[in-house]
Design a protein around this ligand. Structure first.
Ligand code: PLP
Length: 235
């Protein structure tokens, strides 16, 4: 578990380098540690190395980890596909949901968010590069959805999220991130007040930070390779 601390340090260094290249402050980029499929002792190691925000994709797995880790002040982010049968657990147990892509899901999250908790922070997932997934709202439907979600009382719409198709080349990686940034700017020009671009993973965080990412979701670079059968954001 010493490697987790070392990996975290290396990822923080990459974030700082990318921010510097982009003439941005490293402190303007939040690191979300994506702990899906990894055991609670890995999360404890990351916590001891200073990490507070963790991302999970599978509701049942996340609830078990939260229960085992309730002695730690962690901030939990749901980043997996959101179906109707998962909204209640997400509304009750998470601080953030990054993958809202339909009004019906947003309405359920708002209705199910407990009164004793602050509003649920949400990002709208956008399908920016025609990735193989069906997740994410089409760019031309984003504005209507965003304005509707922003009206929901128990949600706080924070920004946009994307999972572009994996490509190797830096300039190719930048394109979908630039598109997401431009979509956010358009919404803000329409009068919204969005501050979050959730984009960039282990393999493309440099390109994402160059294009304005305010939150990068990093799993394997911190915790190691995931078992192949659950190795993707689509599960
Ligand atoms: C798994 C996952 C990540 C982390 O991916 P790595 O390549 O391991 O950094 C980021 N975002 C989402 C939505 C994921 O499902």
């Amino acid at each position: 578990m010493a490697t987790i601390a070392a990996n975290l340090q290396a990822v923080r260094r990459s974030i700082a380098q990318a921010a510097s290249l982009a003439h941005r402050q490293a402190s303007d980029v939040t690191l979300l540690a994506v702990s899906k499929t990894f055991p609670t002792d890995a999360i404890r190691s990351a916590f001891q190395a200073g990490q507070r925000a963790f991302g999970e994709s599978y509701v049942q797995e996340a609830l078990e980890k939260m229960s085992a880790l309730r002695d730690l002040p962690l901030e939990w982010h749901f980043i997996g596909p959101l179906q109707s049968n998962k909204t209640r657990a997400v509304a009750e147990h998470f601080a953030w949901a990054h993958s809202v892509d339909r009004l019906k899901i947003a309405e359920r999250l708002s209705a199910q968010r407990p009164a004793g908790l602050p509003p649920l922070n949400v990002c709208i997932q956008v399908n920016v590069s025609h990735e193989d997934t069906k997740s994410g709202v089409a760019p031309d439907e984003l504005s209507d959805l965003a304005h509707a979600v922003a009206q929901l009382p128990r949600l706080r719409l924070r920004g946009l999220m994307a999972i572009p198709e994996a490509v190797g080349e830096f300039d190719a990686q930048r394109k979908p991130f630039a598109q997401l940034r431009s979509l956010l700017q358009t919404l803000n020009a329409e009068g919204m007040d969005l501050d979050t671009l959730s984009m960039g993973m282990s393999q493309d965080l440099g390109a994402a930070i160059m294009e304005g990412a305010t939150l990068v979701r990093v799993g394997s670079a911190i915790f190691g390779t995931r078992p192949q059968f659950r190795n993707g954001p689509q599960n």
